[in-house]
Design a protein around this ligand. Structure first.
Ligand code: AP5
Length: 221
């Protein structure tokens, strides 16, 4: 299946995309992760993107469409994928439609993770990521087994993202409402929007998501 995960920062898109990747082998295509890798590698793109991301603004449509265009050529994308954090603007959604047309493929569904702002702030401020392997934790809801140490690779470099500082979180939420929110109508208009209550436990969200996936696979929507 080819899915889009749509929703505000901190709504759990990345967490569920990773779970789906492990279960179904549909790669998680996260433009945020791609940009962070470019920053870590010190590429020209990374240098440009860092300042924009740290301020909570969006990187240009042209850059992220280029990244997705390249990534979709990967062999691992042929039987399905989950777009996590892309598209985020109407021009990005239109570019994706054109790309799909060219490849003679279709997006099956766009899953909207719905959740209140107050919960998002709590989730983002408690998020910690392993800088070695990318595993994700939350200080309260999903803490590492041993404090400060990654469960997956054992590294002791659990870091807070620059853009998870309170003032940047507010900016990201504002940008989401101004630029990404219109995509809800866009995918509703295409009959592809599926809504999930993202303010539930990890396993409840996972269950709701598998019902959507099974429903779409069996043509029940
Ligand atoms: P990006 O990396 O995409 O960030 P985001 O969309 O803001 O989303 P997040 O990664 O913050 O949240 P998430 O929904 O994945 O939640 P998560 O699963 O981590 O983008 C970063 C920046 O890159 C952008 O600001 C922009 O500058 C740039 N960018 C990226 N894509 C772009 C694009 N297409 N166009 C332009 N610019 C782009 O969960 C959050 C926390 O909550 C975790 O700690 C997790 O453990 C916890 N949690 C998750 N689910 C639950 C649950 N059910 N219950 C309790 N806790 C939970």
């Amino acid at each position: 299946m080819r899915l889009i995960f749509l929703g505000p920062p901190g709504s759990g898109k990345g967490t569920q995309a990773k779970r789906l990747q492990a279960q179904k082998n549909w790669p998680q295509l996260s433009t945020g992760d791609m940009l962070r890798s470019a920053i870590q590698a010190g590429t020209e793109l990374g240098l440009k993107a860092k300042e924009i991301m740290d301020s909570g603004e969006l990187v240009s449509d042209e850059v992220v469409v280029g990244l997705i265009n390249e990534r979709l050529k990967g062999n691992d994308c042929q039987s399905g994928f989950v777009l996590d954090g892309f598209p985020r603007t109407i021009p990005q959604a239109q570019a994706l439609d054109q790309l799909m047309d060219r490849l003679q493929l279709q997006i099956d569904a766009s899953v909207l993770f719905e959740i209140e702002n107050s919960v998002l702030i709590e989730r983002l401020s408690g998020r910690r990521t392993c800088s070695s392997c990318g595993a994700m934790f939350h200080l309260v809801s999903a803490p590492p087994k041993k404090e400060g140490q990654c469960d997956s690779c054992g590294s002791s470099s659990l870091i807070q993202r620059e853009d998870d500082r309170p003032e940047v979180i507010q900016k990201r939420l504002k940008v989401y409402h101004e630029q990404t929110f219109p995509l809800i109508d866009y995918y509703e208009g295409q009959g592809k929007l599926r809504r999930i209550n993202a303010d539930q436990s990890l396993s409840e969200v996972e269950k709701a998501l598998s019902e959507i996936v099974e429903g779409d696979m069996n043509g029940h929507h």
